[in-house]
Design a binder for this molecule. Structure first.
Ligand code: ZN
Length: 138
């Protein structure tokens, strides 16, 4: 069995933002040389998520609005976590959207269902944040 590890770094210019990272994950699969296996992609920070869904801007807006209803950023005083930090909402948003995804690799390619794409969702940006890609297989 072979394995391959890579980190991606993001520094989004805003507190929240969404990036389609499918091209970077596909590139890592090619670099690994692995034809049959699995790729794990996870946010390495507890205020960001990696998830799979459709690359459609209306849906992305809907997700942002929905998460803001579930865990509004402000007022900061509504969260016990805040005080030293102001990112209580970001921890909750990450819990809803999840930490990681796993995708099968078949014939050296990401074996997606229809319209599936991999996204990085930032909830507390404007600083360097990392995503881990780990690939195993042969
Ligand atoms: Zn925090």
């Amino acid at each position: 069995m072979k394995s391959y590890r890579k980190e991606l770094t993001f520094n989004l210019p805003s507190r929240r933002g969404l990036v389609n990272i499918t091209p970077q994950v596909s590139a890592a699969v090619r670099e690994s040389g692995i034809k049959e296996g699995m790729v794990l992609v996870n946010a390495m920070h507890i205020t960001a998520s990696v998830f799979i869904n459709d690359d459609e801007s209306g849906l992305h807006h809907d997700m942002e609005v929905w998460l803001e209803k579930l865990a509004p950023e402000k007022p900061y005083s509504q969260y016990r976590h805040n005080g030293f930090e102001d990112n209580g909402d970001a921890h909750l948003k990450r819990s809803v959207m999840g930490r990681e995804v796993v995708v099968a690799i078949t014939n050296g390619r990401l074996d997606f269902g229809p319209w599936e794409q991999i996204f990085y969702f930032e909830f507390d940006g404007m600083r360097n944040k990392r995503v881990l890609i780990k690939i195993i297989g042969e």
